[in-house]
Structure formats: C-alpha cells, structure tokens
Design a protein around this ligand. Structure first.
Ligand code: HEM
Length: 331
C-alpha cells in the first residue's frame, strides 16, 4: 500500500463527499470535451501522444491542435482530482475500505483511459478504440457516482434495501439495457461519417441505416422498461427519492430520443450530436442513481441485520424518513 505523507490534513466525510462529487462532475465534463474534439474534427489535432506538437508537449497555435490540447488539459485536471480523492480516502478516519477501493478503481480506470486514448491516436482513431474510450468513461462515471453515494458516515451501519426485490432487479435490468443502448450508440458512431479527423482509420463495415435502427429500437425498448419500472414503483409505493430519480430518467430519455431522431434526419449537426452525447452520459448517471436510491445506508440504531421473508410487506424502519415503509433488508 502506498504511504501518504502524515502532514496532510485528515478530511471530514463531508469534505470527502464534496471531493468525490467534484471528480464525478469532472468525469462528466471530460466526456463532453472529448465529444467536442471528435465533432470539430480535432481527433488528430496533436501530432502524437503524449507530445502534441513535433517533439514538444504543447500544441502549435492553430484550431485543431488547440482543441485537442484543451481536452488533454481537462483530463489532467481530472487526474489531479482523482489523485486528491484517493489521498483523501486513505486519510479518512476511520478508514473505509470501500471508499479506498472505489478511489483506486478510479485511478486504475483513469490510467487505462490514458493508454486507450493514446492507442486510439496512434491507430488514427480506429473505431474500436474510440468506442472503448467512451465505454470505459461510462465505467469510470459509474465508479464516481457510487463513490459519492458511499461517502456517508452511516454506511458502516449496514444497508437498507427500500424496494421489493423484484423492483431492485428491474432497476438492474434497466442498467444493463442502458449499457447496451450506449454500446449500440458507439457502434452507430463508429459506422457513421464523424470519425474525428479527415485522415482517420476506416469506419466499421456495417450499413449505417441498420445499426442506427437497432440502436433506436434498443432505446425504445429501454423506454418501455422505464415505463414498466414507473408502474412497479407506483404499485410498491416507492419512497420519494426513488420516484424523483425515476422521473428524471424518463424525462431525459424522452429528450434524448427526440435528439437522436433529430440528428439522424438532419445529417448529424455537431451541436445536436454533442447534446445527444451529453444526454447519453446523463441517462447513464440517472440510471445508476435510480439503482442507488433503492439501496441506502441504514440508520444507526435500527441497523441490526433483519432479513424479511421473501415477498413479505413487513413494515420495518423506512430508510428514507417520512416515506411509506417498505420491505427492508440490511446486511
Ligand atoms: C435512450 C436513448 C439513447 C441513448 C442513451 C443514446 C446513446 C447514444 C450514444 C452513447 C451514442 C454514441 C456517442 C459516441 O460514441 O460519441 C449515440 C450515437 C447515436 N445515436 Fe443515440 N442514443 C439514444 C437514442 C437514439 C435514438 C432514438 C436515435 C434515432 C435514430 C439515435 C441516433 C443516434 C445516432 C445517429 C448516433 C450516431 C451519432 C454520430 O455518428 O456522431 N439515438 N447514441
């Protein structure tokens, strides 16, 4: 284990949570700046990696190198934030193994992204590596959001599952389906004309219309699943934080589908594609956030492990105060 200098202050859980939140926001922003690089055709704006100009880290003074270099600078800010969060996780007292592990997960993902991004540039933006770059960002975002969720002093008391098992599984199915829709989106991009640079590697050999159709159908299936989840949440009298997140998710998906068709029929205008990518990452965040709202930290005194009989509607301490009691399982 790496030693952390003793002179560094010990953060409170509140400070740690803020730092984790800042990293999650930075992760989201880097997805947007990365998309802007592709949509301005600046993907090969730097002549190499890590050097941007010939034999130097800095870019020549022209548009594409400057756009690509700005994105690299954003990723350095993100790296610094992840470093601070990891150091803070190791300085927390009592030390929380889950927070340390999640922070190191972000470090590992960040380093993996540096390698994947580098290989993507060296291979002239070959679609598979560009897809991988986007999808690993989504994994990092997942880790970042879970870290924010876990940055709470009540976690060591155990966890409270505030929804029925069936609804929790429906939430997981939503996350898997969202992952599939994102993957299919990257296939559409990898097949489509926006490679990120004029002299980029060959596109994926699929018919654009077919993959776009499969992506849109997957998105519609995802929407149907969200509607089914909304019904399930109503029947199960979901607590308000769960409701709120489910409403955000359906709202975002409706806008995203409109943007998807708009960009498709209008020939991929860069501004709309950028908004579609922002929407994709936001939907991913909302899907994870919905899942996380179903499993919250238990309150201290009532945290004795309780196992509800399967399917029982037994009213045990609600984990979201002021909301109807739900089957509660702690561990
Ligand atoms: C839940 C809804 C949706 C989500 C989460 C989603 C997500 C995504 C993602 C992640 C990408 C790839 C971005 C990238 O690699 O840079 C993408 C691309 C794309 N999506 Fe969607 N999408 C959704 C709905 C739709 C719909 C309904 C359509 C309608 C046809 C659509 C059309 C497209 C097109 C044409 C692209 C390629 C854009 C390009 O080449 O730059 N999407 N989508």
């Amino acid at each position: 284990m790496i030693a952390v200098p003793m002179a560094l202050p010990r953060p409170s859980m509140r400070t740690f949570r803020r730092l984790a939140m800042a990293s999650a926001v930075a992760l989201y922003m880097v997805v947007l700046t990365g998309a802007a690089v592709r949509l301005t055709d600046s993907g090969l704006g730097c002549s190499g990696w890590p050097n941007c100009g010939p034999g130097t880290l800095t870019p020549p003074m022209s548009f594409h190198p400057l756009v690509e270099f700005s994105n690299r600078m954003f990723t350095i800010v993100l790296g610094a934030l992840i470093g601070v969060v990891t150091t803070a996780a190791m300085r927390l007292r009592p030390r929380r193994r889950d927070l340390v592990r999640l922070s190191w997960w972000l470090v590992a993902g960040y380093l993996a992204q540096a390698v994947i991004g580098g290989v993507a540039v060296l291979l002239k933006l070959t679609p598979v590596f560009v897809m991988l770059h986007f999808l690993v960002s989504m994994l990092l975002l997942w880790g970042g959001i879970v870290l924010v969720h876990r940055a709470d002093e009540r976690w060591p008391n155990g966890r409270a599952v505030v929804m029925r098992t069936e609804v929790v599984w429906l939430g997981r199915l939503l996350a898997i389906t969202a992952g599939w829709v994102l993957f299919m989106g990257t296939v559409v991009t990898g097949t489509g004309p926006d490679s990120g640079a004029p002299n980029a590697a060959a596109r994926l050999p699929f018919p654009f219309l077919r993959v776009a159709q499969l992506h849109a159908d997957s998105a519609l299936f995802f929407t149907g699943l969200i509607v089914a989840t909304l019904f399930a949440l109503r029947i199960a009298a979901a607590p308000s934080p769960v409701w709120r997140r489910a409403r955000w998710l359906i709202g975002l998906v409706v806008v995203q589908i409109a943007l998807g068709y708009w960009q498709y029929f209008m020939g991929l205008p860069p501004g709309v594609v950028e908004a579609h990518i922002a929407g994709a990452a936001a939907i991913w965040v909302a899907t994870i956030a919905l899942n996380l709202a179903m499993v919250v930290p238990a309150e201290g005194a009532e945290a004795t492990p309780i196992e509800c009989p399967a399917g029982a509607d037994a009213a045990v301490t609600p984990a979201h105060p002021g909301t109807p009691s739900q089957p509660l399982v702690t561990s």
